[in-house]
Write a protein that binds this ligand. Structure first.
Ligand SMILES: [Zn+2]
Length: 115
């Protein structure tokens, strides 16, 4: 009986503290997911220090998107300027982060050193 409890505790601890305890922003494991901006097959990883995802899309490039903006985008409510802003920031060497601050989308560079 005690042995069983011990095994359960060890199992729970293992789930709570993943063996990879590096401080990178995203998990290394990209998962396939359609791009919320253009619906192309893309890849994403959940962000660790913010809500949302880091996306790598073959046509939109790399960008971060917040949870609220993601929900809006997946329902087809992407403002036209978002694509333009993402492209502009990428051209400037920045990593864009897309947020939704009512009533509109806001695209800002991800703070340096926090990628
Ligand atoms: Zn895309």
């Amino acid at each position: 009986m005690l042995c069983e409890i011990f095994l359960i505790l060890v199992g729970v601890k293992g789930l709570l503290s993943p063996s990879t305890s590096n401080q990178k922003e995203t998990d290394m494991s990209l998962e396939p997911a359609d791009c919320p901006l253009c619906r192309s097959p893309a890849e994403r990883a959940p962000l660790r220090s913010h809500d949302g995802y880091s996306y790598v899309c073959p046509s939109c490039g790399s960008y971060h998107i917040g949870g609220l903006a993601y929900g809006k985008a997946m329902r087809g409510h992407v403002a036209a300027h978002v694509h333009v802003d993402v492209r502009r920031l990428q051209a400037e060497g920045e990593l864009p982060r897309i947020e939704f601050n009512a009533p509109d989308f806001v695209v800002k560079p991800v703070a340096r050193g926090k990628q």
